[in-house]
Design a protein around this ligand. Sequence first.
Ligand SMILES: N[C@@H](CCC(=O)N[C@@H](CS)C(=O)NCC(=O)O)C(=O)O
Length: 236
Amino acid sequence: MTDLSRFAITQKWPAQHPERLQLYSLPTPNGVKVSIFLEETGLAYEPHLVDFATNDQMTPEFISLNPNNKIPAILDPNGPGGQPLALFESGAILIYLADKTGQLLPAEPAARYETIQWLMFQIGGIGPMFGQLGFFHKFAGKDYDDKRPRDRYVTESKRLLNVLNQRLKGRDWLMGSEYTIADIATFPWVGGLVGFYGAGDLVGIEEFPEVTRVLAAFQARPAVVRGLNIPARPAA
Ligand SMILES: N[C@@H](CCC(=O)N[C@@H](CS)C(=O)NCC(=O)O)C(=O)O
Protein backbone atom coordinates (compact mmCIF):
# COMPACT_ATOMS: atom_id res chain seq x y z
CA MET A 1 0.00 0.00 0.00
CA THR A 2 1.47 3.35 -1.05
CA ASP A 3 1.91 5.75 1.87
CA LEU A 4 1.72 9.45 0.99
CA SER A 5 1.11 10.63 4.56
CA ARG A 6 4.49 12.38 4.81
CA PHE A 7 3.20 14.87 2.20
CA ALA A 8 1.21 17.51 4.10
CA ILE A 9 -0.94 18.22 1.04
CA THR A 10 -2.65 14.85 1.58
CA GLN A 11 -3.99 16.09 4.93
CA LYS A 12 -6.21 18.64 3.18
CA TRP A 13 -6.76 16.55 0.05
CA PRO A 14 -6.73 12.89 1.22
CA ALA A 15 -5.83 10.31 -1.41
CA GLN A 16 -8.62 7.79 -1.92
CA HIS A 17 -6.34 5.96 -4.36
CA PRO A 18 -2.79 6.61 -3.11
CA GLU A 19 -1.34 4.31 -5.77
CA ARG A 20 -2.56 6.73 -8.45
CA LEU A 21 -1.00 10.00 -9.52
CA GLN A 22 -2.50 12.84 -7.45
CA LEU A 23 -3.47 16.00 -9.36
CA TYR A 24 -4.15 19.30 -7.54
CA SER A 25 -5.77 21.70 -9.94
CA LEU A 26 -8.66 23.80 -11.19
CA PRO A 27 -9.90 24.04 -14.80
CA THR A 28 -7.97 27.14 -15.85
CA PRO A 29 -5.73 27.37 -18.95
CA ASN A 30 -2.73 26.20 -16.89
CA GLY A 31 -4.65 23.64 -14.87
CA VAL A 32 -6.27 21.84 -17.79
CA LYS A 33 -2.95 21.16 -19.48
CA VAL A 34 -2.33 18.34 -17.03
CA SER A 35 -5.86 16.92 -16.99
CA ILE A 36 -5.90 16.93 -20.81
CA PHE A 37 -2.54 15.14 -20.91
CA LEU A 38 -3.79 12.54 -18.44
CA GLU A 39 -7.03 12.04 -20.35
CA GLU A 40 -5.10 11.71 -23.64
CA THR A 41 -2.73 9.08 -22.28
CA GLY A 42 -5.02 7.14 -19.94
CA LEU A 43 -2.57 7.26 -17.01
CA ALA A 44 -4.55 6.55 -13.82
CA TYR A 45 -4.93 9.64 -11.62
CA GLU A 46 -6.98 11.15 -8.84
CA PRO A 47 -7.97 14.82 -9.31
CA HIS A 48 -8.37 17.20 -6.36
CA LEU A 49 -10.02 20.58 -6.66
CA VAL A 50 -7.98 23.60 -5.51
CA ASP A 51 -10.71 26.17 -5.14
CA PHE A 52 -9.58 29.80 -5.61
CA ALA A 53 -12.92 31.00 -4.18
CA THR A 54 -11.73 29.78 -0.79
CA ASN A 55 -8.04 30.56 -1.44
CA ASP A 56 -7.07 26.89 -1.26
CA GLN A 57 -3.88 27.71 -3.15
CA MET A 58 -2.72 29.85 -0.20
CA THR A 59 -3.14 27.16 2.46
CA PRO A 60 -0.07 25.70 4.21
CA GLU A 61 -0.97 22.26 2.88
CA PHE A 62 -0.92 23.44 -0.74
CA ILE A 63 2.19 25.57 -0.24
CA SER A 64 3.97 22.55 1.25
CA LEU A 65 3.90 21.15 -2.29
CA ASN A 66 4.12 24.35 -4.32
CA PRO A 67 5.74 27.31 -2.54
CA ASN A 68 4.66 29.44 -5.54
CA ASN A 69 0.97 28.87 -4.58
CA LYS A 70 -0.21 28.17 -8.13
CA ILE A 71 -1.96 25.27 -9.80
CA PRO A 72 -1.35 22.79 -11.33
CA ALA A 73 0.73 20.53 -9.08
CA ILE A 74 1.10 16.76 -8.88
CA LEU A 75 2.27 14.09 -6.50
CA ASP A 76 3.28 10.89 -8.28
CA PRO A 77 3.49 7.98 -5.83
CA ASN A 78 5.56 6.08 -8.37
CA GLY A 79 8.21 8.58 -9.42
CA PRO A 80 11.85 7.99 -10.38
CA GLY A 81 13.34 5.03 -8.52
CA GLY A 82 9.83 4.03 -7.43
CA GLN A 83 9.80 6.90 -4.94
CA PRO A 84 7.08 9.58 -4.70
CA LEU A 85 7.75 12.75 -6.71
CA ALA A 86 6.06 16.11 -6.07
CA LEU A 87 6.15 18.60 -8.94
CA PHE A 88 4.77 22.03 -9.84
CA GLU A 89 5.02 24.25 -12.98
CA SER A 90 2.89 22.94 -15.82
CA GLY A 91 5.77 22.76 -18.31
CA ALA A 92 7.89 20.63 -15.97
CA ILE A 93 4.89 18.41 -15.22
CA LEU A 94 4.14 17.88 -18.93
CA ILE A 95 7.74 16.95 -19.73
CA TYR A 96 7.87 14.62 -16.73
CA LEU A 97 4.61 12.88 -17.65
CA ALA A 98 5.59 12.62 -21.32
CA ASP A 99 8.87 10.94 -20.32
CA LYS A 100 7.08 8.69 -17.84
CA THR A 101 4.51 7.48 -20.35
CA GLY A 102 6.62 7.70 -23.51
CA GLN A 103 3.79 9.65 -25.13
CA LEU A 104 3.19 13.11 -26.66
CA LEU A 105 6.88 14.13 -26.80
CA PRO A 106 8.96 12.86 -29.72
CA ALA A 107 11.82 10.56 -28.71
CA GLU A 108 14.14 11.68 -31.51
CA PRO A 109 16.41 14.29 -29.89
CA ALA A 110 16.05 17.16 -32.40
CA ALA A 111 12.25 16.84 -32.49
CA ARG A 112 12.18 16.52 -28.70
CA TYR A 113 14.03 19.83 -28.23
CA GLU A 114 11.91 21.54 -30.87
CA THR A 115 8.77 20.44 -29.02
CA ILE A 116 10.21 21.75 -25.75
CA GLN A 117 11.03 25.01 -27.54
CA TRP A 118 7.34 25.50 -28.45
CA LEU A 119 6.31 24.45 -24.98
CA MET A 120 8.58 27.17 -23.54
CA PHE A 121 7.18 29.66 -26.05
CA GLN A 122 3.81 29.10 -24.40
CA ILE A 123 5.12 29.14 -20.82
CA GLY A 124 7.21 32.30 -21.26
CA GLY A 125 5.12 34.19 -23.83
CA ILE A 126 1.56 33.17 -24.54
CA GLY A 127 0.57 32.38 -20.95
CA PRO A 128 1.85 35.54 -19.25
CA MET A 129 0.80 37.90 -22.08
CA PHE A 130 -2.68 36.48 -22.68
CA GLY A 131 -3.18 36.38 -18.91
CA GLN A 132 -2.34 40.07 -18.55
CA LEU A 133 -4.61 40.91 -21.46
CA GLY A 134 -7.40 39.03 -19.67
CA PHE A 135 -6.83 41.14 -16.57
CA PHE A 136 -7.00 44.42 -18.48
CA HIS A 137 -9.90 43.36 -20.71
CA LYS A 138 -12.18 41.30 -18.48
CA PHE A 139 -11.18 41.76 -14.86
CA ALA A 140 -10.26 44.73 -12.63
CA GLY A 141 -8.00 46.33 -15.23
CA LYS A 142 -10.92 47.01 -17.58
CA ASP A 143 -11.99 49.89 -15.35
CA TYR A 144 -8.67 51.71 -15.66
CA ASP A 145 -9.04 54.92 -17.67
CA ASP A 146 -5.53 54.68 -19.04
CA LYS A 147 -5.75 52.10 -21.85
CA ARG A 148 -2.01 51.97 -22.53
CA PRO A 149 -1.39 48.84 -20.39
CA ARG A 150 -4.25 47.01 -22.11
CA ASP A 151 -3.04 48.10 -25.53
CA ARG A 152 0.48 46.94 -24.76
CA TYR A 153 -0.82 43.42 -24.10
CA VAL A 154 -3.10 43.51 -27.15
CA THR A 155 -0.10 44.34 -29.34
CA GLU A 156 2.06 41.65 -27.78
CA SER A 157 -0.72 39.04 -27.93
CA LYS A 158 -1.26 39.78 -31.63
CA ARG A 159 2.45 39.45 -32.27
CA LEU A 160 2.48 36.05 -30.54
CA LEU A 161 -0.64 34.92 -32.43
CA ASN A 162 1.11 35.85 -35.66
CA VAL A 163 4.14 33.72 -34.72
CA LEU A 164 1.79 30.81 -34.01
CA ASN A 165 -0.12 31.40 -37.25
CA GLN A 166 3.08 31.29 -39.32
CA ARG A 167 4.24 28.14 -37.57
CA LEU A 168 0.95 26.33 -38.18
CA LYS A 169 0.87 26.98 -41.94
CA GLY A 170 0.99 23.57 -43.63
CA ARG A 171 1.00 21.75 -40.28
CA ASP A 172 -1.74 19.90 -38.41
CA TRP A 173 -0.16 20.73 -35.05
CA LEU A 174 2.81 22.72 -33.78
CA MET A 175 5.12 19.80 -34.55
CA GLY A 176 3.47 18.88 -37.84
CA SER A 177 1.46 15.67 -37.99
CA GLU A 178 2.39 14.74 -34.41
CA TYR A 179 0.19 16.04 -31.60
CA THR A 180 2.40 16.88 -28.61
CA ILE A 181 2.61 18.51 -25.20
CA ALA A 182 3.33 21.80 -27.01
CA ASP A 183 -0.24 21.76 -28.37
CA ILE A 184 -1.65 20.72 -24.99
CA ALA A 185 0.10 23.72 -23.41
CA THR A 186 -0.82 26.26 -26.08
CA PHE A 187 -4.41 25.73 -27.16
CA PRO A 188 -6.12 26.02 -23.78
CA TRP A 189 -4.68 29.55 -23.71
CA VAL A 190 -5.87 30.40 -27.20
CA GLY A 191 -9.29 28.98 -26.35
CA GLY A 192 -9.34 30.96 -23.11
CA LEU A 193 -8.40 34.20 -24.88
CA VAL A 194 -11.31 33.87 -27.28
CA GLY A 195 -13.77 32.18 -24.92
CA PHE A 196 -13.34 32.94 -21.23
CA TYR A 197 -11.63 36.33 -21.71
CA GLY A 198 -13.86 37.30 -24.64
CA ALA A 199 -10.92 39.01 -26.35
CA GLY A 200 -11.28 37.47 -29.82
CA ASP A 201 -12.44 40.70 -31.47
CA LEU A 202 -9.93 42.78 -29.55
CA VAL A 203 -6.98 40.80 -30.93
CA GLY A 204 -8.61 40.31 -34.37
CA ILE A 205 -8.56 36.53 -34.09
CA GLU A 206 -9.97 36.13 -37.62
CA GLU A 207 -6.63 37.47 -38.90
CA PHE A 208 -5.07 34.21 -37.69
CA PRO A 209 -6.92 31.46 -39.62
CA GLU A 210 -4.28 28.77 -39.01
CA VAL A 211 -4.61 29.34 -35.28
CA THR A 212 -8.41 29.09 -35.31
CA ARG A 213 -8.25 25.99 -37.54
CA VAL A 214 -5.98 24.15 -35.09
CA LEU A 215 -7.92 25.46 -32.09
CA ALA A 216 -11.09 23.89 -33.52
CA ALA A 217 -9.29 20.56 -34.06
CA PHE A 218 -7.93 20.69 -30.53
CA GLN A 219 -11.28 21.47 -28.94
CA ALA A 220 -12.90 18.59 -30.88
CA ARG A 221 -10.66 15.96 -29.28
CA PRO A 222 -12.66 13.89 -26.76
CA ALA A 223 -9.80 13.97 -24.23
CA VAL A 224 -9.73 17.78 -24.45
CA VAL A 225 -13.50 18.01 -23.95
CA ARG A 226 -13.15 15.88 -20.81
CA GLY A 227 -9.95 17.51 -19.54
CA LEU A 228 -11.37 21.02 -19.78
CA ASN A 229 -13.73 20.16 -16.89
CA ILE A 230 -11.36 18.29 -14.58
CA PRO A 231 -11.40 18.71 -11.64
CA ALA A 232 -15.04 19.75 -11.83
CA ARG A 233 -15.71 23.22 -10.42
CA PRO A 234 -18.10 23.38 -7.48
CA ALA A 235 -21.71 24.06 -8.44
CA ALA A 236 -22.36 27.83 -8.47
N1 LIG B 1 3.94 29.12 -14.67
C1 LIG B 1 2.87 28.46 -13.94
C2 LIG B 1 1.67 29.35 -13.88
C3 LIG B 1 0.58 28.76 -13.04
C4 LIG B 1 -0.55 29.77 -12.80
O1 LIG B 1 -0.41 30.97 -13.04
N2 LIG B 1 -1.68 29.28 -12.28
C5 LIG B 1 -2.78 30.13 -11.96
C6 LIG B 1 -4.07 29.62 -12.57
S1 LIG B 1 -4.03 29.64 -14.35
C7 LIG B 1 -2.96 30.15 -10.45
O2 LIG B 1 -2.75 29.15 -9.80
N3 LIG B 1 -3.37 31.29 -9.85
C8 LIG B 1 -3.66 31.36 -8.45
C9 LIG B 1 -3.17 32.61 -7.81
O3 LIG B 1 -2.49 33.39 -8.49
O4 LIG B 1 -3.45 32.81 -6.63
C10 LIG B 1 2.56 27.12 -14.62
O5 LIG B 1 2.65 27.07 -15.84
O6 LIG B 1 2.21 26.15 -13.92
